[in-house]
Design a protein around this ligand. Sequence first.
Ligand SMILES: Nc1ncnc2c1ncn2[C@@H]1O[C@H](COP(=O)(O)OP(=O)(O)OP(=O)(O)O)[C@@H](O)[C@H]1O
Ligand SMILES: [Mg+2]
Length: 752
Amino acid sequence: MAEGLTPMMQQYQRLRKSIPPDTFLLFRLGDFYELFFEDAKEASSLLNVALTRRNGVPMCGVPYHAAPAYIAKLIKAGRRVAVCDQTSEAQPGKIVSRDITQVITAGTVSELNLLEANKANYLGAVYASDGLFGFAYADLTTGEFRLMQAADHQSLLDALVRVGPAELLVSEEQREQFAALENATSYDSYAFLPDQSSFVLCEHFKTKSLDGFGCADMPAAIGAAGSIVHYLKHQLRRKVNQLKIIRDCERAAGRLSQASGNARDLVSLRVSLEQLPKLRAEIRKLKERVEYGTGAKEAGDPTAATNGAHRKMIDRIHEGIHEMPEVAAKLAGALADEPPLALKEGGIFRDGHNADLDELRSAAREGKNWIGELQEREIAATGIKSLKVRFNSVFGYFIEITKSNLAEVPQHYTRKQTTVGGERFITPELKDIEGKILGAEERSRNLEYQLFQQLRDETLREIQFIQETASAIANLDAITSLAETARLFHYCRPQLDESLRLSIRDGRHPVLDQRLIEEKFVPNDTELDGEKERLAIITGPNMAGKSTYIRQVALIVLMAQMGSFVPATSAQIGLVDRIFTRVGANDDLSRGQSTFMIEMNETANIVNNATARSLVILDEIGRGTSTFDGLSIAWSVAEFLHDTIKARTLFATHYHELTKLAEQRKGICNLNVAVREWNDQIIFLRKIVSGGADKSYGIQVARLAGLPKELLDREILAHMEQPDTSASQTGKPRKKTKSGMPTAEKPQLDLL
Ligand SMILES: Nc1ncnc2c1ncn2[C@@H]1O[C@H](COP(=O)(O)OP(=O)(O)OP(=O)(O)O)[C@@H](O)[C@H]1O
Ligand SMILES: [Mg+2]
């Protein structure tokens, strides 16, 4: 196979064989990463770059400085990328050595520009052992690493949905068992075995046992966690030694500790560290205000407990922020303000940081000055005013003389090259000084690289404090954002209690409230007492605001329970244990699930798991099947939630038949979203009022959406023939006109 291939292509083939076939190999050649053979054919179309051929080999390439954006595209296309770099300097007559320096996968992309800054990018793993389900996940950019163990499959699925790993490892042997999981990559079963995993984890955390981590008796979770460390080290060849003015220092520290960081990461760390004293002083002031401030003094004052919790939270953040002035000073003294991205091209350090570096730099500088002087001297000696000393990367330094002056060239000049306009010469003196300049430059670049690694390692000794600080700042960021939103948009402090009540005055949808531009958001009340009014059936026209309303209630409850103020004028919320939602189904054909199947899975999850303390939000049930079947399911789900589970429930539906449930059951009430008919239009009032609706105005809404008139007219007739839509699927055949179009028996042209 290797026969006839150049040594470089042999090198390529050897590396290609060392990685899985579905991984693209980006092979560094000068200023490009090149792809060859099948990789090139496929990547050229994914990346939209030209496919060329050299010696019959298909190839395509991307400039190395733009590689992250191209890698991102390949990852987004669901593929992995192995990056092969040059690991030795080029030497005449020798092939440059190259090696795969990292393999990038969806769960392990750590370069900032590939990530959405506000989203964690988890690599996860699942493992089943002794009837238990283990799940572990890690964010390489921040060093976060967590594991958990669930007793049943559903809890595992819940955790997976919550965390949403970008890539998920499963043991090859358990591939079948977890076939339904998204993003699953099978990996060596051996790496998951709990014994092997414990060993890998102990080695990784430099500990003798996992007792200290509180997970020693969680074999399934340990199996999952161990496989992640194994995968990173062996498969992806990553170093895993962990673990806005204030920049994203969590990610910067993460990249540095994986050895993929550069000098700019250190600078952004420095900038963040420099802000800490000011930030901490502000928090201290806040602490004082909460401790000695007004309010919360009287017994029974409901704000007293909240203030206690606030104080604790502020204390925790204050303690979590470590100032580290020495680290900040060291980085500030060492690093240039805007160092380059590349680590081997110099320019990272300030003058004065290291005496050897200063010496090399001044040697190079002096050499350059000397060359300037040489030019003056030679002009004077030869009398050629246009004589120039120049540099290019092929010949190094040379003296350039134009054609008209060639007669004046002294004897000791050696001719090197003839150009269109003249000739180029060298002298022994010039070559001597060139050697000094270039030597000094190369040595200073190498020294800078070494110094950078040293500085990075010294900084990483403080990694634990840096990470604690970053996480405290992240918490602070989250709560101050909530506080600022609360103040800007007039949120109220919700009252939380153990009742089953849900009482919201003028509730708003936190996102739509700020987004709507053409119309103002209309606030609505909610009143469920958990007893007489426990399940509300919400009907009303399409586009009226049903979905918005039920989601806003869920969001208000969620925000209240996470400790935030809420978009309402007042809110009393009886604690909920979980919020269940079924809103809009997406097809997932690749998982072997149809639209309706997904809808039913979600519904089954709700009826099987909700309790009397849960909040259930249902946005249409049974729409994906025949009207009769759908209505039957919707009806019985509503009954079950009311009679058996007794959960507080908001159920938006176009099955107007469901409004009859309120007559039969005392805990069910009807709400609808008010609209007004005006000429041939509907005016959406966006107000939730009590009572059921009897029309959906679907045809009017279809017209608003731009359906052609012919279609609407045809629909209108069908509609008029069967005013009771619930019977349309099961009822007797429609009468047909000659043209085959259904006829109307009782035309009712209201609203048209
Ligand atoms: N309270 C409100 N104030 C102002 N605008 C609103 C309000 N509620 C909803 N809207 C606007 O109406 C649009 C449609 O609302 P929504 O999706 O909730 O309707 P729907 O009743 O669920 O309709 P469908 O039956 O077709 O699902 C929203 O996107 C929003 O722009
Ligand atoms: Mg809706």
